[in-house]
Design a protein around this ligand. Structure first.
Ligand SMILES: Nc1ncnc2c1ncn2[C@@H]1O[C@H](COP(=O)(O)OP(=O)(O)OP(=O)(O)O)[C@@H](O)[C@H]1O
Length: 578
């Protein structure tokens, strides 16, 4: 149990002062609780010695009032401190997760990690938020209450006190056995909860496929299994600790009977006066009151520990080494020097060298899976290279502060993700402190102002999660407006492959031209027109640059590029003819 409280202590960091306050208040609460017995004892002594008068009655009532008032005040302040600690420790941790995520390489966010992260940020932290204060109130408060009573009993009579000590020790032994038992299930619980979150995420993300293949409801076997596993594990957790709670009750019952027996025996032998005897008998019935409350909640101690442990996973996430150069990047020549990169053990880019001159447009072309996206993502340090180096302005990108590097790069993806927020705020992602006028100006340049204005709420229209309520072309133009607002010097652009209606296509083209003017552009190009206009074309095949040059030079080569272009030209004429 101490271990768990140690973990709560370490976990609470900035909130430790509130934990201290709550422990102090809990201790004072226990003292005020015991004070009631002082009042009763004082009364009994006066009754049996026939010295009871109004003064004694008022002293007794005075002690009772002080005890009651003290209990109310300490309970209130203890609860407030605990709630504050629980809430803010979870809030700080959530902020910490947000900050940490920014420094973790994208490659880390495999579906497993995503499920695990979601579980931590939602259920684990909610459990810690809810359980930590509850454990402090019920378990620590209860234990303190019992300890103060045991101490009081020892002061009044050592023999009765020792019986109480023996009972409490056995109680804690049983509790520690119960903790061990629930530990295995608590581990399993975290595991199944992670799996459940992952399945729910996968189901929501793949809803279209699930619906079109009629895999929903009863047919979604994996999700149903995860739900069943989670409920089974919760049931197991209850069942596994049930015998121990029964044993705890038995230990308490036996201790109470033993304390009553020893008190009466000592009274018979004349060793314990009547007032003390009655007090000891009363104490024997309520000494475990605190532990009963604590005992029934001790099973969740381990689960709470588990929630805290699983949050520790965040600290184990790898940090990207960050450089120290914070000055804005002035020169935007990009150089790949013998860059090799693998996803796990699978080599994707093999000894790639390339030079991209500032303010030029480089088109990356190549068959599907040849490594075009990977090439672009490495520039933004979504992953770090395995060997070789990438330079911007003559310096290794690892030497820049990540924030500084990212300030110089705008990425426009094919799969545009828009947040469930207003259009204005979605565009402002490019520059958090932009004014409305700046947002409108960017939207105009990105050719999306007109359609935004036509929406009922204009720029205040809330977009469905992921941009569900907009067309593909509209989403991409909004993401161009974002990039426009950011006004970074390097633009990485993944051109849309999906066919867009002619009106949208023209607007998109104008938006792209406006965005990429006087910038260093790296474009994963799919359309002939874009490729032809590029200053340099890099042709990737199986992770290697097999050809480079401009359109005319490469056509003359008669290699892979000319094959790709011929195939593309055929496809495009086929599209036009049909
Ligand atoms: N996160 C990842 N983890 C493991 N493998 C990946 C990951 N991303 C891409 N790959 C693999 O790396 C290879 C190169 O992918 P990449 O997306 O860079 O190719 P691409 O040329 O852009 O393909 P496309 O034109 O189809 O988009 C592919 O075989 C892909 O399956």
């Amino acid at each position: 149990m101490l271990n768990v409280f140690k973990k709560i202590w370490n976990f609470s960091k900035e909130e430790q002062v509130y934990i201290k306050k709550s422990i102090l208040a809990g201790f004072l609460h226990a003292v005020f609780n015991a004070l009631e017995f002082g009042a009763i004892y004082y009364m009994l002594v006066n009754i049996f010695s026939k010295t009871l008068d109004y003064k004694a009655i008022f002293v007794c009532l005075g002690i009772l009032v002080i005890s009651l008032a003290g209990k109310i005040m300490t309970q209130k302040s203890s609860q407030m401190a605990q709630t504050h600690a629980g809430y803010f420790m979870a809030a700080h941790k959530r902020i910490e997760i947000g900050e940490k995520i920014k420094r973790v390489p994208m490659g880390f966010f495999s579906s497993f990690s995503l499920g695990r992260l979601t579980t931590i940020a939602t259920s684990s932290l909610s459990q810690a938020e809810m359980w930590v204060p509850m454990l402090l109130v019920l378990v620590l408060g209860g234990v303190l209450n019992t300890l103060v009573f045991v101490l009081g009993t020892l002061i009044f009579n050592v023999k009765v006190g020792l019986v109480a000590v023996a009972g409490v020790v056995v109680f804690f032994i049983v509790t520690s056995m119960m903790e061990k038992k629930s530990s295995a299930n608590a581990d399993k619980m975290t595991e199944t909860q992670t799996r459940l979150t992952k399945e729910v995420l996968a189901t929501l993300q793949g809803m279209q496929v699930i619906k079109s293949y009629n895999l929903g409801g009863e047919n979604n076997r994996a999700l149903r299994k995860s739900i069943k596993d989670t409920s089974n594990i919760l049931l197991d957790l209850e069942i596994s600790v049930a015998p121990y709670t029964v044993i705890q009750r038995i230990v308490m019952g036996i201790t109470t009977v033993a304390m009553v027996y020893v008190s009466l025996k000592l009274n018979l032998s004349g060793e314990l006066p009547l007032a003390e005897t009655i007090l000891m008998i009363m104490a024997s019935f309520i000494i475990f009151e605190g532990l009963i409350g604590a005992g029934s909640n001790m099973a969740i101690l381990r689960a709470c520990e588990n929630a805290i442990d699983s949050v520790g996973f965040i600290d184990s996430m790898p940090d990207m080494r960050e450089g120290s150069i914070a000055e804005p990047i002035k020169n935007h020549d990009i150089v790949f020097k013998n860059v090799s990169f693998s996803y796990d053990d699978r080599p994707i880019l093999k000894n790639v060298s390339a030079e991209i001159k500032e303010n030029t447009m480089t088109a990356i072309v190549g068959p599907s899976g040849s490594g075009k996206t990977t090439f672009c993502n490495l520039i933004a340090r979504f992953w770090d290279v395995n060997s070789g180096e990438i330079l911007i302005g003559g310096k290794n990108i690892k030497d820049y502060k990540i924030e500084n590097l990212m300030n110089s790069i705008s990425m426009v993806f094919q799969d545009v993700y828009l947040f469930e927020d207003t259009i204005e705020n979605n565009i402002k992602f490019g520059k958090q402190n932009a004014s409305h006028e700046e947002v409108v100006e960017a939207a105009k340049k990105a050719r999306c102002h007109e359609f935004i204005e036509a929406l009922p709420e204009g720029y205040d229209t809330i977009i469905g999660e992921g941009g569900a309520s907009l067309s593909g072309g509209e989403k991409q133009r909004i993401s161009i407006a974002r990039a426009m607002l950011k006004d970074a010097d390097i633009i990485i652009f993944d051109e849309a492959t999906a066919s867009i209606d002619p009106e949208n296509e023209d607007k998109l083209k104008e938006a792209i031209e406006s965005l990429t003017k006087n910038k260093t552009v790296i474009m994963i190009a799919h359309r002939l027109k874009t490729i032809r206009n590029a200053d340099q074309i890099l042709v990737l095949k199986d992770g290697e640059i097999v050809e480079r040059g401009n359109h005319e030079e490469l056509i003359k080569n008669n290699g892979l590029y000319s094959d790709l272009i011929n195939a593309k030209a055929k496809a495009e004429s086929w599209k036009l003819n049909n």
